[in-house]
Design a protein around this ligand. Structure first.
Ligand code: FAS
Ligand code: PHB
Length: 390
């Protein structure tokens, strides 16, 4: 096979770039290890920055997001016996976020690829990258007994944290920065009316909790749990009881509980791989960086990678200008690290740390007291949460 751009990974990063490039006549192929059902079975992000939403519209995939997604102009932080609201609209100069599940967004992207007869190859096994620093890189993959080679100009590594792309960069070139947190998030999806019209981030001595949603009939809740916990350790009843202990009484009193339709524990880590380019391989999304979900930056960090790659590829193919490709890694990393900082800050401020001393706890309280006493601090939080400019 021959194509201009070979994209490894059929998650949101890979599919969004594939759709954007196709609309501009730049042919590409997406290689996905799993089946489509498997990819669409994963429950992940729920909050989209306005920049991500804009890219989805540009990719002609925003129609259902705009119809079914919810515009949120603020959220609550419950802490130290209080519930304060962060007014995103006021402090971000009129911006907001869209609450719309990553599962639905990925479904919309797959539907668009089908509509445009895009090439998305599922169940692609043993994907391997070749001749990355030559002018003719290639990718091989296996389906059953058949091995196929794809000759291309560029390879996009959008294959997530456990993908093959980042690992194809020589250890002598790759620099990795990682911080692992001493806890995880136990998440539950339930067909219940959300307890609050806006998200509630709860700091509590028993641990962090988050009340989120996917729609007015689908709620998404999380509680911080010790790293050693397994999802089978947590019955639905135990989950609901612990969640309600960590929320203000008036919130818990009105909570509608129900059976979990999805329940999983995600570990929390901060991770960045540099550089995000090696020869004709470009990394994007979770393949290059991971954040703890506290700041809702995970999927949204992928958005700016895709935006920069999309415009760099356009300049290259339409005007022979490769400056965007040359400058991609530095430009993407500048914004990635700002999302890392914000996610680390939100996580440190709102979680209980097993090894924290009393002084640390006073700092957490002070961080929140300062936040809600300072318009400048709320402007800083808001501009990060709605999404820093691309
Ligand atoms: P993805 O991991 O989504 O997609 C990569 C794709 O590449 C996958 O489909 C995979 O099957 C495929 N692949 C892997 N190896 C391959 C290979 N060798 N060959 C071919 N294909 C291969 N973000 C938030 O903002 N909020 C959240 O609450 C949140 N919760 C999360 C919970 C979990 C358990 C996880 C893992 C992540 C969560 N995230 C959250 C972050 C998440 O949304 C990611 O940022 C987002 O999926 C990034 O999208 P991609 O970069 O496309 O990577
Ligand atoms: C979610 O709805 O899954 C969600 C929302 C906000 C976060 C993390 C997760 O910060």
């Amino acid at each position: 096979m021959k194509t201009s751009v070979c994209i490894i990974g059929g998650g949101p990063s890979g599919l969004l770039l594939s759709q954007l490039l196709h609309l501009k006549g730049i042919d590409n192929v997406v290689l996905e290890r799993q089946s489509r059902e498997y990819v669409l079975g994963r429950i992940r992000a729920g909050v989209l920055e306005h920049g991500f939403a804009k890219l989805m519209r540009e990719a002609q995939c925003g129609e259902r997001m705009d119809r079914e997604g919810e515009i949120h102009e603020g959220f609550f932080i419950s802490h130290d016996g209080r519930m304060d609201r962060v007014d995103l609209h006021k402090y971000s100069g009129g911006s907001s976020v869209v609450v719309y599940g990553q599962t639905e967004l990925t479904r919309d992207l797959y539907d668009a690829r089908d509509r445009m007869k895009g090439t998305v190859i599922h169940n692609a096994e043993d994907v391997a990258l070749h001749d990355l620093t030559s002018a003719r890189p290639s990718v091989t993959f296996r389906q059953g007994d058949e091995v196929t080679r794809i000759d291309c100009d560029f390879i996009i590594g959008a294959d997530g944290f456990h993908g093959v792309s980042r690992k194809s960069i020589p250890r002598t070139v790759l620099r990795e920065y990682e911080k692992v947190y001493p806890f995880g998030w136990l998440g539950v999806l339930s067909r219940t009316k959300p307890v609050s019209p806006e998200l509630i981030y709860a700091k509590h001595e028993r641990g962090f909790a988050l009340c989120s949603l996917r729609s007015q009939v689908l709620s998404r809740y999380y509680i911080q749990v010790p790293l050693a916990d397994k999802v089978e350790d947590w019955s639905d009843e135990a989950f609901w009881a612990e969640l309600q202990r960590r929320l203000p009484a008036e919130v818990s009193a009105r909570m509608i509980t129900g059976p979990s339709i999805e329940k999983s524990i995600a570990p929390l880590r901060s991770f960045v791989a540099e550089p995000m380019r090696y020869g004709n391989l470009f990394l994007a999304g979770d393949a290059a960086h991971i954040v703890p979900p506290t700041g809702a930056r995970g999927l949204n960090s992928a958005a700016s990678d895709i935006y920069y790659l999309y415009h760099a590829m356009l300049a290259h193919y339409q005007r022979g200008d490769s400056s965007g490709l040359e400058g991609y890694s530095a430009k993407a990393l500048a914004r990635v690290w700002k999302a890392q900082r914000f996610s680390w800050w939100m996580t440190t401020m709102l979680h209980t740390f097993p090894d924290s001393i009393e002084y640390d706890k006073k700092l957490q309280e002070t961080d929140l007291a300062y936040l809600f006493s300072s318009e400048a601090a709320q402007r800083s939080l808001a501009e990060n949460y709605v999404g820093l400019p691309f």
